[in-house]
Write a protein that binds this ligand. Sequence first.
Ligand SMILES: Cc1cc2nc3c(=O)[nH]c(=O)nc-3n(C[C@H](O)[C@H](O)[C@H](O)COP(=O)(O)O)c2cc1C
Length: 208
Amino acid sequence: MNQTMKQKFTDILHFRNACKLFNDSKVSKEDLIYILEAGRMSPSSFGVEPWKFLVIQNEQSKQKLQEASYNQTQVGTASAIVVILARKDMKLEQSYAEKMLRRSGDDLYESFLKDFYTGYTANMDAESLGNWSDKQCQLAAMNMMNAAAVLGIDSCPIGGFVPNLVNDLLEIDQNKYQISMLLPLGYRANEPYAKIRNDFNDVVEYLD
Ligand SMILES: Cc1cc2nc3c(=O)[nH]c(=O)nc-3n(C[C@H](O)[C@H](O)[C@H](O)COP(=O)(O)O)c2cc1C
């Protein structure tokens, strides 16, 4: 990595903030695709990609999502909201995982992946399978936030929403999906507060 890329990434980390209010500027179709691509390219356990990204741009839907998110203004003022869905149908016999694992080839699937995946998920109940997917979705969210920041686009990870309200609003198939996060995107209306973080030595410990 050259010095310019290194500095650029540091700039991206500092640019990204949990934006509380967006202005009226719209995120272009091209930029939105760039951001969603960063989500699609994210790492996932066994490469199973346990997510789906819904894109909401309609004004009325954004307002309703804001109401379902404790009236947080960054939801309603966003140019677009990516609703990140975590897959719940992650047992092998539910076919989605099998389809994904077979992409590595039928031989590898039959000789190794099938048993390994079955063993790995054997003791997971529906809730832990959902949580497993959910934490992977948060990686995709992070990639999308950083990709947005590369383009000078702001975002805010939203965990503060009422799942049942959002499920109803977007008619989510709850057998298949749970909502991981709402990710509003747009351009900041105000400059962010200075970042607050623990000191490096409070969070990093080198072990011998
Ligand atoms: C899982 C998760 C859920 C969050 N939910 C909200 C939220 O509902 N509303 C909000 O304004 N910020 C939310 N945040 C953003 C954090 O408050 C914010 O990242 C943190 O205060 C640090 O500030 P910064 O991101 O601006 O550096 C969430 C962050 C994470 C990781």
